[in-house]
Design a protein around this ligand. Structure first.
Ligand SMILES: [Zn+2]
Length: 145
């Protein structure tokens, strides 16, 4: 048993070296490829449901797409894809973050939108009628809290 661990270590080191040599000049993983991988896994689970077996192929396609992006040598194009993905993701992520914060502060704060610039403002609850100055456009808003 004594020789097994060094052999394993040696093997893993060589594997890591070969992997990094293979990935040299290739794009690697980013937020989009991680998102695609997770989506693929979710689709796989969905494909276990009856009558949804075809979803399996979609899951496979998404997985291959994710790997293909990681191995791609066209770094500039992959970065452009990432930018587009982040541009779509940002407002969606912000929406969920706001919902989470609203729920977290439901007892202590009131959230509302500035009518002029649509900025989301947060004021303490139960202070009666107060004047709020919008942090973005400096508009004065009367608010019942
Ligand atoms: Zn405003």
């Amino acid at each position: 048993m004594k020789g097994v661990i060094p052999i394993m270590r040696n093997f893993l080191q060589r594997f890591a070296y070969k992997m990094s040599a293979f990935m040299y000049g290739r794009y690697g993983t980013d937020e989009l490829s991680k998102f695609l991988m997770i989506s693929a896994l979710v689709l796989m689970v969905i494909s276990w449901l009856p009558n949804l077996r075809l979803v399996y192929f979609l899951a496979l396609a998404v997985m291959i797409w994710s790997l293909w992006r990681s191995f791609s040598r066209k770094l500039y194009k992959r970065r452009q894809e990432l930018d587009r993905y982040l541009k779509i993701k940002k407002p969606i992520a912000n929406f969920f973050k706001l919902q989470r914060n609203k729920w977290r502060d439901r007892k202590t704060h009131v959230y509302f939108k500035c009518k002029k610039c649509k900025a989301v403002l947060r004021v303490p609850k139960g202070k009666g009628s107060i004047v709020v100055i919008c942090t973005r456009c400096k508009d004065r808003i009367e608010k019942e809290t």
